[in-house]
Structures are given as structure tokens and as C-alpha cells.
Design a protein around this ligand. Sequence first.
Ligand SMILES: Cc1ncc(COP(=O)(O)O)c(C=O)c1O
Length: 416
Amino acid sequence: MERNSILNLNPGPSSLPLPVLEEAARGLLNFNGTGMGITEISHRSKEFQALTNDLVARIRALLSVPDTHEILFTQGGASLVFSTIALNLLARFRLLHPNLPLSEVSADYVVTGVWSKKAYEEAKRLVQHTGVNVRIAADGRTESEDGKSFQSVPSKDKYQFGPADKTAWIYYCENETVNGVQFASAPEDPAAFPLDAALGPPQHTTIDPPLVADFSSSFLSRPIPQIERHALIYGGAQKNIGPAGLTIIIVRKDLLVDVDAAHTLGGCPPCPLTLSFQTLAESGSLYNTPPMFSMYVSDLVLKDLQAKGGLSVVEENNRQKQQVVYGVLEKMEEAGIIQLNVKPGSRSWMNVTFIFHDPALGARFVKEAEAKGLRGVKGHRSVGGFRLSLYNAITLENARTVAGFLEEFLASTKDD
Ligand SMILES: Cc1ncc(COP(=O)(O)O)c(C=O)c1O
């Protein structure tokens, strides 16, 4: 099968731009004229140090990350960060409030899909025994038709955050890859994450509570308005950024705490040093060997993104891509053959999810998509249905090809 006959709509790992892969292939053999490939040089060499600095600078520039925040690179995927967050943020809270009984403290999770639910469950597993109340501050399912599905972000009046001085962190997932539920990015949009309800008004200057967000599947797909109000933003690379193996963590400096000192104070579980934000920051993400190849390819992807005009161009492109695809799916919904899983307003730009009412038609859809070279159209094994992932490497032209296929499919059902 030739690469150019395939349109890769996988949810991650996913498609990467061809020129980047071609350059990466060269770097695999000879990185920056060193005579050694990127997987063969030392992670402590000046060449790799330069690459790390370059990657930090590109992320900082693309997302306008303020100087108050460090940019860290680590391994273990976004799932490991679920644990890292709980261990570091509880330690931070303990050090700031050594005399407050942890039974009065909460960690607030906004659950809008599979991944935020997993993050909530992991935090509960790791720190609930300390007395901290790991709780759901809003649950998207309560507003769904069956009370069980994730069909939208919560309405603005449904959030119940704890008091700021007793909340160790607030957590949300900006884009739920499996369910296709995404917060809107414009702060005034009713489906935007309610920053003011969580943190107080914008002029509110205290650092509590720290706001944490998983951007794994929407990282660099558009700017992050009010990024400075987030204490921590992170994501696995394997969707919009590069190969799996790299996790990017943008973390406000007051979250870099001495986890051992917090453990000694009592109440906090010990935190492995490889998971300590402070250790990662103090070592310039070189406490241990970082995922070098993934960082290299990610740097090339970001360079390509900058050359294309940066995030405002990417955002406009992504806006149009999803409009083109949802546009036809809405017609299919009107024709009564599919149902879009997510309500308008909360629909993901990156992961478009739907089901066929008739399973036989769904099976035919998969077969015909396959024949046309479309790959990765099936939904996540936990929810079934269908999912089309439109990450950055999918061009507007690719999105039009997908829409054309959907149009043809819809027309064919009318002939039946
Ligand atoms: C939004 C989100 N968070 C977390 C994860 C877990 O990522 P990883 O497999 O890197 O642990 C995923 C994986 O797809 C994801 O989409």
C-alpha cells in the first residue's frame, strides 16, 4: 500500500506531516551534521541541549507561555501525569498549609469523558486515603439524554467548586478524545471552561486553587486564551505534536515543590523523584534520559507549524476542517441514518464521533471507507461507534476528501 493512497484518521498515534517525516528520516541517520543519528547521540551533548532549548522556545512562542511557567519534558504518557498531578499538587498544598487537616481539603475534577474520569479515579486511588476529598465538581453525564453518556460539557450553573483556600487543585480535560467532547476556546462562549467560577475574577491574584488541564488531543490545534490562569497544562505528544513517548508539561513555578519535605511533614504519599516537577525543572528535563527521538520529531513539527503561520493560521484551518466534516454529518443525521454523539457547542474539532442507527449500514461504512483508503474511522473500543480524528496533519483538502466520501455515502443510502 502506498502512503499517498491512505488518509490516516487515527486518534493517536496519528498522521504527521510528510516533509517532517522525511527530515526526521535523515536525522535518524545523521543528526545536525554530527555523523550520528538522533537516537545515537548523548542526551547530554551540546547538540541535544540545543534541541531541547529550541523545543522549549517554540512551545513558548506558539502558545505565548508566560515566564511564570516552566516547560518540562518527560516520559510515561499523559496517564502517568494523572498520578504525577495528584502527588505533586498534594505536596504543594501540604507545604503551603501544614496545619490544615487534609480531611477539610478537596481536589475538584470536572468529568466530561473517559480521560478526565480516569484522571479522577487515579487521583482518588493515590490520595483519597490521606483524607483529601477527591470529588467530581461537575459531571457532563448528568445532562445527557440517558444520564450515562458524555454528550456535552456541563452547563455553566452546574459547577460546584470547593472554597479556594481548601481546594488543592481543579482539573479538567480540554478535549475528550474518546467521546469527542471539547470545551470552547473563546472565554465568552457558554461552553468554555468557567475560569472565573473556578478561580475567581481575572484580577484575582492568589495562586490558589491551581487549575490543571489535559490538552493531550488539542495541544497546538489553536491558541489557549488565558493560558496564564492555568497552573498546569500538559499533553502526550502522539496526536498533534509528534511520536508517542514524549509528554509536555507546562507548569507554573509555584508547583515546583520539595515533595520529600511534604512527605516528611506527614499526610502526603512519597513521590518518585522521576515524577517530581521540581526534579524535572531543576535538571532541565534531564534528570534521566528523555524521549529524544520524540522530542526531535516534535521540534520539527513545531518548526513546520511556525513556518505555516503559527497557531492563528492553524486555528482557522482547524475551524474550517471541522465545519466541512460536521456539515455533512448533520445532513446524515437529518436523513435519519446517524446520530452525532455530542451536542452542538461541545463538539470536538479534533475527534468527531457518531453512531449509525443501523449496524449493517455502519459495517458498510467501514468497508467503503477502507476501500477509499480512509483509516482509523472506528470509535474507541470502550464506546464503539465511529470517530474521525482531524488533527493538525490532516489538511483542509483532506477534510474535504472525508466530506466528499460522507456525501457519496449519504447519496448511496438514498438509492437503496
Ligand atoms: C485526552 C487524553 N488524555 C490522556 C490520554 C492518555 O495518554 P497516554 O496514552 O499518553 O497515557 C489520552 C490518550 O489518548 C488522551 O486522549
